[in-house]
Design a binder for this molecule. Structure first.
Ligand code: SF4
Length: 483
């Protein structure tokens, strides 16, 4: 069990690990590490701890294609970060403090690098305690790593300082997966506490390093400029889609940063760091329409552009809202119907109240307003039928032909903590793929379906995606899409 006194310290080392993008992943994509930055900002601002930061993503000299002397990965994989030898030398040159925090935002891309970092730290400083935290943590973490002392679930801005004071903290697990308080969910930041931790100190990360990586091609977003960063204006999502694991990170509530703090962050990015493009990572950016429009207008007023990372919830938007989006500088819109079958939305995905009819309207209004429309589809749910797939094919092709919608088609994946995984477990439909494979491999089908095969689903995905490419409709925006 965890002895909280072991974590009382005046100094902490926070590490952001390198990332590996395996062969088969479309292309590497990185941006400033937001989770690492939020926690580092709060520790610096509100505690008197000495905080030593090491962001091992990126490298000032190595080009993405130059994999020599980097991590122990194959010629086909992209490794983004300092090599293990460089990291070992760097950590040998400092005195590693009593407590080290490692950030895990993308488990499938950092699984190997985190374990290697843990080994290096334990070799140099066996007495140091290692805390692994971040939005990439899943229930099974303790079965995946050796040498990690604490798995820190949930948000760290308020609770990590408590742990570093040797105080009891809930929502954490020891190396064997035991929790000091079984089943207790960590509290999420909201209201005044969220506001307290909302303004970031961007000087704690090297934005120019990320601009360099973007120039090297490690940014697959819609930005026309490498001077582009990730940004959040909200945390969480109130919906309950069967395949989505966001609630395991942010709970079920939708929490909003104040527009004042958002504007402060935007102004700093523009005026101090010359950032030109904002990549919004919110799971739900547009739920409150006036607030959404106020923020994108501010981005435009600052002379920057923006795009959303995730599909916007658009069921409530009117044509005039779409026109205002275009007026306030939006060039793209991402929609997420996930299917062309209303039955799949209502009976399988369940938690997202949308209609196929409204998705058609949004695509039409957006096209008419000059926005480039992209959309997300998922095929291969265990309860899905060939008839559902046919509806999705027809829907997708129709919207591509009429409104030049460019689709990204995913094969259903039973992520940990989701209703989809529960359903598969209950009905003995899971293959023996590891949880890392389920999280990271986009070219596998990890569900035993009575008729669908990986080859069939891949052929459907290819048919939908190639419709857009065959349309020969490369617009300026489209040419920047990840292919
Ligand atoms: S709407 Fe999006 S973020 Fe919300 S539960 Fe569904 S997939 Fe997840």
């Amino acid at each position: 069990m965890i002895n909280f006194a072991d974590y009382q310290t005046d100094e902490v080392l926070l590490i952001n690990p390198p990332l590996i993008f395996k062969e088969g992943f479309r292309r590497p994509s990185v941006s400033i590490p937001l989770g690492f930055l939020y926690v580092a900002t709060s520790l610096k601002k509100y505690t008197d701890k000495k905080v030593v930061l090491r962001d091992y993503i990126g490298h000032s000299k190595v080009k993405l294609d130059d994999r020599k002397n980097l991590g122990n990965v194959s010629e086909q994989d992209h490794y983004i970060g300092l090599s293990y030898n460089e990291i070992k030398k760097d950590l040998s040159d400092i005195t590693i403090p009593k407590v080290v925090g490692i950030s895990c935002s993308f488990l499938s891309h950092s699984f190997e690098t985190i374990q290697t970092l843990v080994n290096i730290i334990k070799e140099i400083s066996p007495q140091s305690k290692i805390i692994l935290g971040g939005c990439g943590l899943i229930e099974e973490m303790h079965t995946l790593f050796n040498g990690v002392d604490v798995y820190f679930f949930g948000e760290g801005e308020e609770r990590l300082p408590h742990l570093l004071n040797g105080q009891f903290v809930d929502g954490i697990r020891d190396s064997a997966g035991h929790s000091p308080v079984d089943g207790q969910t960590p509290p999420y930041l909201k209201g005044d506490i969220l506001t307290k931790h909302s303004v970031l100190d961007y000087s704690l990360v090297d934005i120019e390093k990320y601009v360099y990586l973007n120039e090297q091609g490690a940014h697959s977003r819609f930005s026309r400029t490498p001077r582009s960063v990730s940004f959040i204006t909200t945390r969480g999502c109130p919906y309950t889609c069967n395949y989505c694991m966001i609630h395991t990170v942010h709970g079920r509530s939708w929490r909003l940063y104040s527009t004042e703090s958002i504007f402060q962050n935007l102004e700093a990015l523009k005026n101090k760091y010359g950032v030109e493009h904002i990549h919004i990572e919110d799971d739900q950016f547009a739920l409150k329409v006036p607030r959404f429009l106020e923020i994108i207008k501010k981005i435009q007023d600052l002379g920057m552009t923006w795009d959303p990372s995730n599909g916007l919830y658009v069921q409530h938007l009117k044509e005039e809202d779409i026109n205002l989006m275009a007026k306030y500088g939006a060039s793209t819109i991402k929609i997420a119907p996930e299917t062309g079958s209303q039955r799949v939305i209502d009976d399988i995905i369940k938690g997202k109240p949308i209609t196929i009819k409204k998705m058609r309207d949004i695509a039409k209004w957006s096209y008419n307003a000059g926005l480039f429309v992209t959309g997300f589809l998922i095929i291969g749910f265990p309860q899905e039928t060939e008839e559902d797939i046919k509806l999705t094919l027809d829907f997708a092709k129709d919207l591509t032909e009429k409104y030049n919608v460019r689709w990204t088609v995913s094969i259903a994946r039973p992520f940990p903590g989701t209703d989809l995984r529960d359903y598969c477990e209950k009905n003995d439909l899971l293959t023996d793929a590891s949880v890392i494979e389920v999280l990271g491999a986009t070219n596998l089908y990890n569900i035993k379906h009575k008729t669908f095969t990986l080859e069939y689903l891949q052929s459907v995905a290819k048919e939908i995606e190639s419709t857009w490419i065959d349309a020969g409709a490369l617009t300026e925006g489209a040419s920047l899409v990840e292919l």
